[in-house]
Design a protein around this ligand. Sequence first.
Ligand SMILES: [Zn+2]
Length: 277
Amino acid sequence: MGNITICGPAGLDPISARLLRGAGTHGPVVLMYHSISPGGGTPDWLWSVSYQRFVAQLDMLQAAGWTTACVSDLANCESIAARTAVITFDDGYADNYPAFEALLKRGMRATWFIPSEVVGQLSGWTKPARQMLSTEQLREIAGAGMEIGAHGRTHCRLTQVGDDCLQNEVADSKTDLARVVGAEIRSFAYPYGDQDDRVVQAVRNAGFRLACGTDAGWAFSGSDPFRIRRLSVLSHDGLSVFARKLALGSNNVSWKRVGCYAYERARARFLSRSGLP
Ligand SMILES: [Zn+2]
């Protein structure tokens, strides 16, 4: 299928709009953002969403009847309403501050995963280095009812460090950030999504309740609270792509994938009606 004329609500193509109307029945969806760049358009960095696109995504979520929650709310997943989106920001870039204000203005919530050792400094893992949110900003974000989670201390790959370093990266990020925001830190996100059984055990032992990876899917499709799945929101994602990610629970929302999804749903409906196994 080629380009589709934009004519649906909120600038969505009709198929994506229809998919969005039926979305939200598979449990919560966790969205992963990194940088939010000022202005509009498509930033060069894949992991940067323009502020205008971000705000349009928030408005579309609200218009479609979605509510937002923080990652730690997922510990009581039975009480999570249908059409719940959990907005997460990894790394804590300073350009996230206007995104925080946009969320606050709309009564929406989000979780920020912060590498504790670089608060207020420059990121050492991006080229060019990027300014990080300050201690004062993190306190303000936490004080406004948003969640601060941990993302290690230095944003290193946790599967590649020794046991002592792993312990420092995980447990110390929890205590360091608790000191910054004056509240318990309950959630963790693995830098680069890099984890194995040893890393997961270290996160569990440190007293975190939940942890997010970068594998795509509905939040609990892996049914492990220490391997919560997330969907990536990327620089070039238009509203229709964003809507289809919510509906399909996948980062792959090509029209071919949409066709497979529609076939699978129709087949499941047919089998449940016909009583076939
Ligand atoms: Zn990160």
